[in-house]
Design a protein around this ligand. Sequence first.
Ligand code: CTP
Length: 449
Amino acid sequence: MTKVITYGTFDLFHEGHYRLLKRAKELGDYLIVGVTTEEYDQTRGKMNVVDSLMTRIENVKKSGFADEVIIESSPGQKPLDIQKYQIDIFTVGSDWVGQFDYLSDYCQVVYLERTKNISSTMLRAQKKQIQRIGIIGTGRIAGRFVPEAKLVSGVSVEAVYNPHRESTVRFAEKWEIEAHSELEYFYQSVNAVYIASPHGTHYAYIKSALEHGKHVLCEKPMVLRQAQAEELFSLAKERGLILFEGIKTAYCPGFAKLLGIACSGMIGNVRSVEACFTKLESPKSRELTDLEYGGSFTELGSYVMLPIIKLFGNGFDDICFDTIEDAETGLDLFTKAHFRYENGIGTATCGLGVKSEGTLVISGTKGYIVVEAPWWKTAYFEVHHENPSDVEKYSERFLGDGLRYEISDFLSMINGSNKSEFKLTRGESVTMASVLEQFLRRKRERVRS
Ligand code: CTP
């Protein structure tokens, strides 16, 4: 008996898939089809698969060609499957020519001609309206957004706005998008905006974008006042628009896994969360010269507050700040924010002028979790217990600059395929804005006295 194996996502099952499976079956007597999990697809940069794994498996079965369906969940699985199922022929479409030649050490490799003019990507694009995104701001983060957005199907970055014509044109030429220095024209080209301008400008841009009927993804910190956050979320709700705060950590798969484990009881009840993020900046940088909104807590506070608020909630009893300031500017070079909850303590440490180890430690009544630096790009963590040799290790991919995850979630919310913003709720964004407001108020009082 000749056994054949093939793999694929088989999203929105189409004629190309049908013809591939038919010919794969004809190569032998018994066909095994490996269908990829969503998590695996995400790690290889395939975001926004529409059909669930179960639907995709059902569709492969309905074709009538598969004698057996298996799940492909990790890279490196194929050679193991080939040996385990004693496969004679591995086959895949011609879009992969050459890429699986290494499997010829185990079995025959056959590339089948791909069916022309059809693909899941094409169908996804037809099924959903492509979201045309415009960027406000032309700085470093804006430059990271464009290549990341290219990896998410269903979005297209169309335009950039910055009141300074020269940098707008430079940015637009680099990324081959439209340049605008008039907001009204910019809004006509897009149906969603990504805001990556200086912190102090976010509120006005978000408001104007929502008033023009645009969905908004805004870089952290979204706003620096609680009332502003509340007002903007109500405005978005009233207009049926999505407003998302972009803290990349909140949306990355490793952080979601970490929260799941921290809440699972593995370390008992969580009692302490200590998060640290420092980044040495030049004294001439915007972060250390913007007298109103500069400093380490406004720059990095959103990251270090995130795990504390996610694990302990919005209702802390008390908060106090310890800061080391620059004598001339009054801006904080290093800050520790202590959150006191009924049953726990959170410490959020950040610095632009002091360097420290960027770890996250979550301590509980039965053990603790250490997330190694840079924990805000959550990729690896360990669970420890009283017995030092009792350690569980977890890893998850964090790809590229990690913005693809929040873009993908933003898109799912716009399309309605994801109804809840549980990864970073409105309430959590409002709490962060209120903490930043308290911090800035105390800073102003210190400067005055
Ligand atoms: N395939 C094919 N002809 C097509 C599309 C896909 O022969 N027009 C083959 C692929 O080469 C692969 C299998 O079908 O062997 C499963 O491919 P998959 O990646 O699931 O489908 P695509 O339509 O290529 O998906 P996407 O657009 O998301 O890459």
